[in-house]
Design a protein around this ligand. Structure first.
Ligand SMILES: *[C@@H]1O[C@H](CO)[C@@H](O)[C@H](O)[C@H]1NC(C)=O
Ligand SMILES: *[C@@H]1O[C@H](CO)[C@@H](O)[C@H](O)[C@H]1NC(C)=O
Length: 369
C-alpha cells in the first residue's frame, strides 16, 4: 500500500500542477465527477427512456423523494448513488439518457446504469431493451467525447481520471438468468461453482475495460444476501428462511470477486478497485434489523403476498405507512433508509466492509496534494 500511495501522490501532484497551469478549472473542481454503472440498485432513471418492463416510473416509487414523485429509482426515495453524491458534495448524477444532461451538467458525471442488466449479455433478456454493460461503456465513451468538446480533450481526460466510479452488477446474473426458470440454459451449461467462475472471469474483463476507459477509483459492490430478499423468501424460502441456494451463490461469488479485485490492483500497482462488502452490510440488517431501527428485514414495504414478496410494487400493492421502519422497499430493493446506512458503511466501514479502504480514506488520499 505504501508503494502505491507514493505513486498515487506523485501522480495527483502532477495532475494538480497541470490543472493550476491551465488555471481555469473552477466550479467543477470543487467536487469530483461521479460515474455509475450497473443494474437497478444504482439506476437513477435510464430505463424511463427505454421500451422495457424493468422500470420504476410510477407511484408509489419515489414517495419519499424530495419531489414525492417517481424518478425511475428503485427506491421510495434516494438510492445508493444519491447518498454517495451527497457525501462527495455533488448534485445527484443524472441518467445518461436524460435530455437535461448537457452543457455544464455533464461535468457532475453521469449515471449509465440500467435495471435488469447483468455481467452477461444474456441476463435480463426478458426485459428486452435495457442498456447492457458493453452499451453502458459505449455511452461512457460518447460522454467523454461530449465533455472533450466542452472543455478540451486534456481536461476531459483529467476529469475522468480523478472521478469516483461505482459499479454494481451481478445479482441479476443469478436471479434473472441462472435461477430465472428451473433448468435455465445457463444452469444446464454450468454447475453453480463453475458458473460463478465464469461470471468472475467476465466481470474481470469488464473492470479492465473500465480502467482502459480512464477510471482510477472504482467502488465495486458485491451482491447482497440474495437469498434473503422478500421475493426469495416468498418464492423459494421455507418458513421464512433465506433461500439456501441463492445464499450459496452469494457466498461463492463475493469472496471470489474480492480476490479478483486484489489481482487487478496488483496488476496495475495501485488501489484502483475498492471492494464494498454489501453482503456483510446487508446481512447486518437481516440478522439484527432492530439494531438499525427496522421492525423487519423480511417483509417488503410495498408488495403483495407472503412477505409482500410476490409481483411488482404498484399503486394496488400493500404500502407501509412508515418506510423508515423497513429494510426492503419492494421485493428486491432496499429502502431509502437502508441505502443511507449502506453508504455510511461505505464511507466509514472497517476493512471487513471496505477493502482496502473506505470512502473517507479515499477522499482524504485523493485530495492531498
Ligand atoms: C456482449 O455483446 C456485445 C455486442 O454484441 C459484444 O461486443 C460483447 O462481446 C458481448 N459480451 C460477451 C461477454 O459475450
Ligand atoms: C476508515 O477506514 C480506516 C482504515 O480501515 C479506519 O481507520 C477508519 O476508522 C475508517 N473510518 C474513517 C471515518 O476514516
Amino acid at each position: 500500500m505504501a508503494k502505491s500511495y507514493t505513486f498515487f501522490k506523485s501522480w495527483s501532484t502532477t495532475l494538480l500542477g497541470l490543472l493550476m497551469a491551465l488555471g481555469t478549472l473552477t466550479n467543477q473542481a470543487e467536487a469530483r465527477a461521479f460515474f455509475v454503472f450497473g443494474d437497478s440498485l444504482v439506476d437513477n432513471g435510464n430505463n424511463n427512456y427505454l421500451a422495457t418492463t424493468a422500470r420504476a416510473d410510477s407511484p408509489p416509487y419515489g414517495i419519499d423523494y424530495p419531489t414525492r414523485r417517481p424518478t425511475g429509482r428503485f427506491s421510495n426515495g434516494l438510492n445508493i448513488p444519491d447518498f454517495i453524491s451527497r457525501e462527495i458534495g455533488s448534485e445527484p448524477t443524472l441518467p445518461y439518457l436524460a435530455p437535461e444532461l448537457n452543457g455544464q451538467k455533464l461535468l457532475v458525471g453521469a449515471n449509465f446504469a440500467s435495471a435488469g442488466i447483468g455481467i452477461l449479455n444474456d441476463t435480463g433478456i426478458q426485459f428486452v431493451n435495457i442498456i447492457r454493460m458493453y452499451r453502458q461503456y459505449q455511452y461512457f465513451e460518447q460522454y467523454q467525447q461530449r465533455v472533450a468538446a466542452l472543455i478540451g480533450a486534456q481536461r476531459a481526460k483529467q476529469l475522468v481520471n480523478q472521478a469516483l466510479v461505482l459499479i454494481t452488477v451481478g445479482g441479476n446474473d443469478f436471479v434473472n438468468n441462472y435461477y430465472l426458470v428451473p433448468f435455465s440454459a445457463r444452469s444446464r451449461q454450468f454447475p453453480l461453482p463453475n458458473y460463478v467462475k465464469y461470471l468472475i472471469s467476465e466481470y474481470k474483463k469488464l473492470l479492465q475495460r473500465l480502467y482502459d476507459l480512464g477510471a482510477r477509483r472504482v467502488i465495486v459492490t458485491g451482491t447482497g444476501p440474495m437469498g434473503c430478499v422478500p421475493a426469495e423468501l416468498a418464492t423459494r424460502g421455507r418458513n421464512g428462511q433465506c433461500s439456501a441456494e441463492l445464499q450459496r451463490a452469494a457466498s461463492l461469488f463475493n469472496p471470489q470477486l474480492a480476490q479478483m479485485l486484489r489481482q487487478l490492483n496488483s496488476g496495475v500497482g495501485r488501489d484502483v478497485f475498492i471492494a464494498a462488502n454489501i453482503q456483510q452490510m446487508h446481512n447486518d440488517f437481516v440478522t439484527n434489523p432492530q439494531a438499525f431501527g427496522f421492525v423487519t428485514s423480511k417483509v417488503a414495504c410495498c408488495g403483495q403476498g407472503p412477505y409482500n414478496g410476490i409481483g411488482l410494487c404498484t399503486v394496488a400493492s400493500n404500502l407501509c405507512p412508515n418506510r423508515n421502519l423497513y429494510a426492503f422497499w419492494d421485493p428486491f430493493h432496499p429502502s431509502e433508509k437502508a441505502n443511507g446506512l449502506i453508504v455510511q458503511e461505505i464511507m466509514t466501514g472497517s476493512t471487513e466492509y471496505m477493502y482496502p479502504m473506505n470512502l473517507s480514506t479515499i477522499m482524504a488520499l485523493d485530495s492531498r496534494t
